[in-house]
Each structure stands twice: as structure tokens, then as C-alpha cells.
Design a protein around this ligand. Structure first.
Ligand code: CA2
Length: 147
């Protein structure tokens, strides 16, 4: 059987996700962002995926990374944090880059405050995985292996 080429995936994490595992474990769990990166690197290797894992608290930085992604990766796994619910700029950027973006949330925003029920990202995402904690990032890798 022909060997499958390694696919490149950008994993983006938005504001405050650097605090994971250090505060509010009842909502977001005890797993740190570094733990998630390690779990993803291990699974990516089994799926012939190569991942680049990044986090920023700055909307413009996330947008710059999305623009650059067009030049070097096949798909993006994105937890936009609270920008999910506020950012028309992220909607525009995702629409513009024409790459499959898999939106991921640790919690299920629909089971939380009403201001989290709207996502500006979902209409331009290829699909959404939410409510499964850190496992959702691994599910997203399975989805990314298709692109
Ligand atoms: O459930 C998710 O993954 C969210 O994207 C997380 C965002 C929240 O605003 C979204 O509605 C849903 C918040 C990320 C903040 O993460 C923290 C982690 C530890 C302590 C404080 C915040």
C-alpha cells in the first residue's frame, strides 16, 4: 500500500487557555495546555500528522497565524476561547483562508451562560467538537487526518 504523506496541522489556542489546569479545574479540568500538546503530539504521530501548537492572548496574532497557515498547512484545529463569541475578525479571517478549520471547545458553551451560545466561528468552521474536555482535541486530530 502506498505510504500516506505527512499532513501538517496548525493547532491554535486563544485567550486565557495558557491558564488551563491552574485555575477553575471544575470547569476546564486539571489538564494543562502543555499536557494537551503532549497528548496531541503522541496521537498525531500515529495518524501521520505533524502538528504546530500555538497559544496567544491577542486577537491580531491569531489572525496573522491563520493568514500564514494558508501557505504551509492542510487544516487548522482552533479553540478561539472567548473570541469565539465576539470576533467578526476571526470569522472574516477563517472565511478568507479557505482552509478546513475544526473548532474545538473543552466545555459545552451551550450548557453555560447565554453569551456563550453564539459562535462567530462555527458558520465558517468545517465542524465543531465541544464538551469533551481535552479529549476533544484528540477527536479533532482524527477529523484533521481526512484533509
Ligand atoms: O470551553 C472552551 O474551550 C472555551 O473556548 C474556553 C473559553 C471560554 O470563553 C469559551 O466560552 C469556551 C475560556 C478559556 C479560558 O480558560 C481558562 C482556563 C483556566 C482558568 C481560566 C480560564
Amino acid at each position: 500500500m502506498a505510504e500516506r504523506h505527512t499532513r501538517r496541522v496548525l493547532v491554535l489556542n486563544g485567550p486565557n487557555l495558557n491558564l488551563l489546569g491552574t485555575r477553575e479545574p471544575e470547569v476546564y479540568g486539571a489538564t494543562t495546555l502543555a499536557d494537551i500538546e503532549r497528548m496531541m503530539q503522541e496521537k498525531a504521530a500515529t495518524l501521520s500528522l505533524s502538528i504546530e501548537f500555538r497559544q496567544s492572548n491577542h486577537e491580531g496574532q491569531l489572525i496573522d497565524w491563520l493568514h500564514e497557515a494558508r501557505g504551509w498547512c492542510e487544516s487548522v484545529i482552533f479553540n478561539p476561547g472567548a473570541y469565539t463569541h465576539t470576533s467578526v475578525a476571526l470569522y472574516d479571517a477563517i472565511k478568507a483562508i479557505e482552509l478546513p478549520v475544526i473548532e474545538v471547545h473543552l466545555s459545552n458553551p451551550h450548557a453555560r451562560e447565554s453569551f456563550r451560545h453564539t459562535s462567530f466561528v462555527s458558520p465558517v468552521a468545517r465542524g465543531v467538537i465541544q464538551g469533551f474536555g481535552a479529549f476533544g482535541y484528540l477527536m479533532a486530530l482524527e477529523a484533521a487526518a481526512q484533509f
